[in-house]
Ligand binder design. Sequence first.
Ligand code: SAH
Length: 463
Amino acid sequence: MKKNDVVTVTIEDFGVGGEGIGKIDGYALFIKDAVIGDVVEAKVMKAKKNYGYGKLQKIIRPSEHRVMPRCPIARQCGGCQMQAVSYDKQLEYKNRKVWNNLKRIGGIPEKLLEAVMEPPCGMEEPYRYRNKAQFPIGRDKNGRLAAGFYAGRTHQIIPCDDCCLGMKVNQEILDRLLSFMEKYHIEPYDEAEHKGLVRHVLIRYGFATDEIMVCLVINGKELPHARELTEELREISGMMSISVSRNTEKTNVIMGKEIAVLWGQGFITDYIGEIKYQISPLSFYQVNPVQTRNLYETALEYAGLHGTETVWDLYCGIGTISLFLAQRAGRVYGVEIVPQAVEDARKNAEINGIGNAQFFAGKAEEVLPGYYEEYAAGHPGQRAGADVIVVDPPRKGCEESVLETMVRMQPERIVYVSCDSATLARDAAYLRENGYEVERGKVTDMFPQTCHTECVLGMQRKE
Ligand code: SAH
């Protein structure tokens, strides 16, 4: 196989990024936008010894799993990888990806997985699930003012005011914003020149409350005619907060560090289950509230609480899981590295009248061992006060020192919430070698149409 070869190939599998994989005499060709079951013509773009990358040229025979993407720009937009795949097949693919990792990396036998893994939890309506949107503002290739998305792996703006994963109301907000910018000649940000004012617009929506927040990210001190903009946006039903965030850096980071409220209260409120959250422009909050609730219900169920337990929630963010657990636990300790998130967690505990949750700002790998050393010194021969430990780490998983301390603390159960099943599998292998066994597990699809998924494992201490 060499560059520029054109081949006809049947797609037999999906890769980790949702791309199709075709095989020619054992040679694997990764083809973006090809769907399992397709017969396609592809041009080889890059050829390595045993595998290569191809560009989809023509679909010769479409797969039975191929569907019409809802977004007209699904292929150019970098956001979704799997809109052309039926939702059933997406879910099956994600479930299998997690199983394969648990088997290959985690060394968990197939038989055990069959016994413990529950069916994956997908969405009834796998579109319009996102409560947060961040649209870059710029000029399209014809020089027209536009909001949209970056084309995959570039910073070229593709105009699009209605992402099918987001809320319908985003369109009206963008319409009003762009008309306002045109009327008052306010320039969008030009990344190459580091000039122009409006960089991004962040929109957040409370699913349970229908409250809306808009935050404009600007490359400058102030937004001219801010009053006229707020008057326009306030007419939209549910609008609660309009603000600007100053970001004058040359950076890919979207939000600036400060927020100035132009109108309204500066935050919106939302609920997951019974728990109320205050969300400001800079707060971390899960983007799919329907599946977040399912995920947290699963974590709570796997924690097996009776009301008296001491629970640790590591990597707790704004305390979402901690407060969920606190409803059924004796005491919950949350640990989170971002101090602002810890402040939010404390405030969220307070507005819900939850008094049995306490939060520590710091690295899990420092706070937990530190606590353990101190506790063990003060209570020789005793278990270190953890009945259940819940972890929800970022993609890279837990540091080994965290796992080591968890094992030494000997909780009855460990609940592992993960957004990357490869690192989950690695950490599960460590825990299985050190006295824990997988008892339950479930894939929960937080990000339909993309190749990403969440998974929860419930592990039990062996006698
Ligand atoms: N459980 C929360 C957040 C999960 S995201 C929720 O469901 O909303 C993972 C969190 O881990 C982020 O908030 C991130 O800031 C935090 N984090 C990353 N590295 C960390 C570390 N070493 N120690 C503690 N927290 C960390």
